[in-house]
Design a protein around this ligand. Structure first.
Ligand SMILES: *Cc1c(COP(=O)(O)O)cnc(C)c1O
Length: 374
């Protein structure tokens, strides 16, 4: 039974191909969740372009105008990239199966530090998400650290074209794709719809929403969705209520926080323009709140504190987190609860209660490659 999510008119007209279950991701008051990884949400809005007779956004981001010699027609193969234990690549491989397309998955040894830090690199290279990619029938190509294809896969796309394929390139995490943020803008509406049924107390909303920030369009999309909701609400109520804060917990020290802030702002503005919100007016750098205190030594490396957070959530709440993203988010949220900002928010708005939401973005399939989490 499909539950209808009421979206504003402009947003509701954007084509979407449903991959997730038909119901909104359920909110629990500390949950035993059935997580699905978050990239399906993003891909739902990309599928209509993949299936289009004239796909618009299939090019590599470094080579936007080089597809003039591609014969027109829907994609025949999805090509994407990621770290060795990337969740995103599995979602793309699974999607390819569902759409009857081929998949080529490029996994880079040099992305993050998971492989280097692993006590058993041979196993890391063939278990978890690597295994699932292969099981799904994707062609898996493992790229060496200094392979130029790891930073620019364009020659692979050219080779495929020469073989008569019509490749559709999905950048890492699908965030640079123009529609990458829409799935999480929609998630904001799923959350808001449940807020009204939950009798939360306080503001009646989730005031602080914690989510992982990797490639950035999950956070960007959520910001766009919430600002659209709040803008409509303010027009209806004619009063301003405190806005929700989306807290993006970073999981990689590779780039500075400012790099991610700029990207998230760009993704939020791009999504908001698509869903019918005046991004100049409603979205600014103040909306982007990223916490870089829990990145650890490298992307994909499980530090002791994060491992403990994962074990604590599993034992106390039977919530199974993933080692790369959500375990760091749980750690971040537990830290925020002890700090001042949330209390200040309560005082400022005279609230006896502040509502927090932890978004479980999935990813547990990588756990098998991190066998020392137990
Ligand atoms: C990719 C991913 C994220 C981060 O999402 P971005 O939009 O790339 O920031 C969070 N959790 C899981 C499980 C992921 O695979």
């Amino acid at each position: 039974m499909s539950k209808h999510i009421a979206l504003p008119e402009i947003f509701s007209q954007i084509p979407r191909h449903q991959i997730l279950y038909p119901n909104p991701s359920p909110i629990h008051s500390l949950p035993t969740l059935t997580p699905r990884s978050n990239k399906y949400r993003k891909l739902e809005y990309i599928v209509p372009d993949i299936l289009s007779a004239t796909p618009l956004h299939h090019s590599h981001e470094n080579h936007p105008n080089t597809n003039t010699n591609t014969p027109a027609g829907p994609a025949t193969i999805l090509v994407t990239e990621g770290a060795i234990q990337s969740n995103h690549t599995v979602q793309v491989a699974a999607l390819a199966r569902k759409l009857g397309l081929k998949a080529l998955v490029l996994l880079s040894r040099g992305t993050g530090g998971g492989l280097r830090a692993s006590q058993d690199p041979e196993t890391f290279l063939r278990t978890g998400n690597v295994q699932i990619n292969r099981l799904l029938g994707a062609e898996v190509r493992i790229l060496d650290e200094n392979d130029p294809l790891a930073s620019d896969a364009f020659p692979i796309l050219e080779d495929l074209r020469a073989q008569g394929e019509r490749p559709y390139w999905i950048p890492g995490g699908a965030s640079i794709h123009p529609y990458g943020g829409l799935g999480y803008a929609r998630a904001a509406f799923e959350i808001a719809e449940q807020e009204t049924e939950m009798e939360l107390g306080g503001t009646g909303r989730f005031d602080f929403i914690f989510v992982a920030c990797g490639s950035g369009s999950s956070v960007g999309g959520l910001i766009a969705g919430f600002r659209l909701l709040e803008a409509r609400r303010e027009e209806a109520d004619r009063r301003v209520r405190p806005r929700r804060s989306v807290i993006g917990v970073l999981n990689s020290p590779t780039r500075p926080r400012s790099y991610h802030e700029e990207r998230v702002l760009r993704f939020a503005q791009r999504a908001s323009a698509l869903i019918g919100l005046d991004s100049q007016r409603y979205i600014s750098a103040d909306d982007v709140k990223l916490d870089d205190r829990f990145v650890g030594s490298a992307y994909g490396v499980l530090d002791v504190e994060t491992k403990e957070a994962a074990e604590q959530m599993a034992r106390m709440e039977a919530v199974v987190l993933d080692p790369v993203y959500t375990a760091k988010v749980a750690r971040g949220m537990l830290q925020w609860i002890q700090e001042e900002e949330i209390r200040q928010f309560a005082r400022l708005h005279s609230l006896d209660k502040v509502n927090l939401l932890f978004i479980h973005t999935g990813g547990q399939a990588a756990l098998g490659a991190y066998a020392d989490v137990n």
